[in-house]
Design a binder for this molecule. Structure first.
Ligand code: 3HC
Length: 303
């Protein structure tokens, strides 16, 4: 924090209070890493039930972090756990929370209309200096920001699942994002312990633009009958050093999420063969086989 303040007088003040919108997988992960690094965070969602469940998920994940980081010092581990949890508030009234926050990070459903309405209402209540960021994985930041006055204080902060473990944040700027905002978002990404990369507002930014077509190419390989899902997974883990094979990863991310991303890109660029829809993916999603979260995808996770 001190570093980011001292390097340039023109910089915006360091981010202290963060509002995270969305109590799902990404929202809870972002809340956790921001709280772990000493930020005051308020996690908002539409119902008390969702934010309570989100808080429970954070506690479980934080216990895993503590177990790893403080395995030789349980007293320090407990202190870290307590101080992190003390940094977290939950709320269901996002307008009230945003009225006194430095940074809003949105991690809700991938629906442009809902995101635009949300930011447009927050734009009216948030202080002048407040920066808005979206964790979208596939929608253009420019479009999400289009209903806001504060175009210069808008950007993307794209985290990866599982957020407490994955070391990267993509910092996304579009045409209107100011240098100060881009720098503040970069400083924040680093303050939460991540390595940051700079991305333009292009479909999939860096990681998903390469990863999602790769996952879909694996599906096409399976559809052609060239190899089994298991063999493709083993091959990519042992032959290319990936921690998960493409089918394990698609099940982990959610087959519906991958389909949603690919369908959007296919619409934008129908001639691109990498973005072609897959019958197998469409069938699995229609059957509710969405991957780990539904108990079945390419593999079965039923106990
Ligand atoms: N919270 C806290 N800690 C966690 C965690 C969580 N949610 N999940 C895993 N961990 C910790 C574990 O405690 C464990 O710690 P240890 O090393 O002390 O034992 C460590 O991470 C490894 O976990 P596991 O032993 O349970 O399992 P693995 O060794 O198989 O690792 C994995 C799991 C980290 C998920 C690894 O398989 C991996 O890196 N997979 C690839 C994930 C990936 O590519 N993510 C990006 C997806 S794309 C995306 O998110 C973008 C979106 O827009 C679609």
């Amino acid at each position: 924090l001190v570093r980011s303040l001292s390097t340039s007088a023109s910089r915006q003040a360091a981010i202290k209070h963060v509002t995270v919108i969305g109590g799902g997988l990404m929202g809870t992960g972002i809340t956790q890493v921001a709280a772990q690094s000493g930020h005051n965070v308020t996690m908002c969602d539409v119902s008390d039930d969702i934010v309570q469940k989100g808080l429970a998920r954070i506690q479980d994940s934080l216990k895993r972090v503590v177990k790893k980081k403080y395995k030789d010092d349980p007293t320090a581990g407990q202190k870290f756990f307590d101080s992190t949890m003390e940094n977290i508030r939950i709320d269901t009234n996002v307008e009230r929370v945003a009225a006194s926050t430095d940074l809003v990070i949105e991690a809700i459903i991938e629906n442009l209309d809902i995101k635009q309405k949300l930011f447009s209402s927050l734009d009216k209540v948030a202080p002048q200096h407040t920066i808005f960021a979206s964790n979208t994985s596939s929608l253009p930041i420019k479009d999400i920001a289009s209903t806001c006055e504060r175009q210069d204080r808008f950007g993307g902060l794209h985290f990866f699942n599982p957020v407490p473990v994955m070391k990267l944040v993509e910092v996304v700027r579009f045409g209107a994002t100011s240098n100060e905002t881009f720098q503040s978002l970069t400083d924040f990404g680093q303050a939460v312990g991540k390595t940051t990369v700079s991305c333009k507002d292009t479909p999939g930014f860096i990681v998903n633009r390469l990863l999602v077509p790769y996952m879909m190419e694996a599906v096409r390989m399976l559809e052609r009958g060239d190899a089994s899902a298991k063999d493709i997974d083993v091959a990519m883990k042992l032959g290319a050093g990936y921690p998960m094979g493409p089918f394990e990863l698609t099940d982990y991310v959610g087959i519906d999420t991958c389909k949603f991303i690919m369908d959007g890109w296919h619409e934008l660029d129908p001639d691109q063969p990498l973005f072609k829809p897959s019958e197998l993916v469409n069938k699995l999603v229609a059957e509710g086989k969405l991957g780990m979260k539904s108990g079945e995808g390419f593999y079965s996770y039923k106990k």
